[in-house]
Design a protein around this ligand. Structure first.
Ligand code: GUN
Ligand code: ZN
Length: 425
């Protein structure tokens, strides 16, 4: 049974950082996405799709804009309940707010509650897939994969490994990190839409032995992603230098232990040395821009010109990030780029939040309105509030119509979210 989901449709034929942004995209003012068995089977003008699928049922979203569901490439779902905690920078913020909350996820019932709450919030904000850290507790990984499977969502997640510089109740060992990560990988990787991600939190909280153990696990499972943090704050970088006197730079602490590769995803990557950028580019690794986090915990301004050399994803980094919304995250990316003299086009912002993040995750069947891709969609109301509608009413083209929603929109702008073709509200 085929269904036509109709509205305005925006598709990308190209990377808007590689070609002039407006030429990368195609706008269909009276468009449709045809869906069958959870996948996209057609995209284009509604008249053409009606002719192509004569028996199809229709759901009309009027003049709302249909996009691929947002892909959040770096989030900490266990930090859902401590989002917007006041007054600290990275290391103090971790010790004061984050670690005590993460310790609470030792209780599988609490982990399940937070996983459900996170996914409800993500979907309400138009996010249909995500790559998340869990806590050191294997049950926290089970919780997020189970809750995602219930909703049919594509999920990337891994046990966050730490064997030093963390409280007693949040430390594993090199061996238990390897064993528990491997058991979770065997249990979840490739099951339904779940993908296991090898997850050393960051160099300061792993001994060289633990980094090596996880590097070995990655060598044994090279199809898995590996996620960690890189060069987020200057104090953190100085700490890494003290902890790893033999490393050439922060990235080298990972490379020395087998944790640099094409499927590596490095969060933040703000204060990079030229050598680090060169090595990331040589291996084809991805970095993830987390702009609300970078301003909220005072980390710095990501350099968007890296898009010319590296795969770059976009992410909330909830709860270091101050929002669950990829719209708010695009707005922050715009503002951060402005502070560096880089004006991001709405096409670039929307692409980062969808296909850009999907590419960072090596996911080919999400983040795109293409035949064969999963029908994970978000439908945006471009006039969701009085402030936005008085602005979008003047729009001369789709970019002027969507930009006020990027800058001022929130969950009220999300008219509908589809996961594998199924409406989620
Ligand atoms: N670096 C190590 N752990 C974290 C975390 O939980 N959040 C952020 N923003 N940075 C980190
Ligand atoms: Zn993070």
């Amino acid at each position: 049974m085929t269904q036509l989901i109709t509205g305005q449709v925006l598709t990308f034929d190209d990377d808007p950082f590689a070609v002039p942004p407006e030429t990368a995209a195609r706008h269909e003012p009276s468009g449709a996405v045809a869906v069958a068995e959870g996948r996209i089977v057609g995209v284009g003008p509604v008249a053409r799709l009606r002719a192509e699928f004569p028996g199809a049922s229709e759901v009309s979203h009027g003049a709302h804009l249909i996009l691929p569901g947002f892909v959040d490439a770096h989030v900490h779902y266990p930090q859902t309940a401590i989002i917007a905690s006041w007054g600290k920078r990275l290391i103090d913020w971790l010790n004061t707010y984050t670690f005590p909350e993460e310790a609470r996820l030792a209780d599988p019932a609490y982990a399940a509650t937070i996983a459900e709450r996170y996914l409800d919030l993500a979907l309400a904000h138009g996010t249909t897939s995500f790559c998340t850290y869990s806590t050191i507790h294997p049950g926290s990984v089970d919780a997020i994969f189970k809750a995602s499977a219930t909703r049919g969502m594509a999920a990337w997640a891994g046990k966050t490994c730490m064997d030093r510089n963390a409280p007693d109740d949040l430390r594993d060992t090199a061996q238990s990190a390897y064993d528990e990560s491997r058991a979770l990988l065997d249990r979840w990787h490739g099951v339904g839409r779940a993908s296991y991600v090898i997850t050393p939190r960051f160099s300061p909280t792993s001994t060289p032995a633990q980094l090596s153990a996880l590097g070995a696990l990655w060598t044994e499972h090279p199809d898995c992603l590996m996620q960690t943090h890189l060069s987020e704050q200057v104090d953190e970088i100085a700490w890494v230098r003290d902890l790893f006197p033999d490393a050439r730079d922060y990235l080298d602490t990972y490379e020395m232990h087998g944790l640099l590769g094409p499927r590596g995803i490095y969060g933040h990557a703000i204060h990079l040395e030229p050598r680090e950028v060169d090595r990331l580019a040589e291996v084809g690794a991805a970095v993830v821009h987390c702009p609300t986090s970078n301003t909220f915990i005072g980390s710095g301004l990501f350099d968007m010109s890296l898009t010319g050399r590296l795969r770059v994803g976009l992410a909330t980094d909830t709860g270091g990030g101050s929002s669950f919304s990829m719209l708010r995250t695009m707005a922050a990316a715009y503002e951060v780029a402005q502070l560096r003299g880089q004006a991001l086009h709405p096409a670039q912002l929307l692409w980062l939040a969808t296909e850009g993040s999907a590419r960072a995750l090596h996911a080919l069947d999400i983040g795109r309105l293409k035949i064969g891709a999963m029908a994970d969609l978000v439908v945006l109301d471009l006039a969701s509030t009085a402030a936005i509608s008085q602005r979008s009413a003047r729009a001369q083209n789709v970019w002027e119509a969507v930009f006020p929603t990027i800058m001022m929109g929130d969950d009220r702008a999300v008219a509908q979210t589809y996961v594998a073709g199924k409406p989620m509200k």
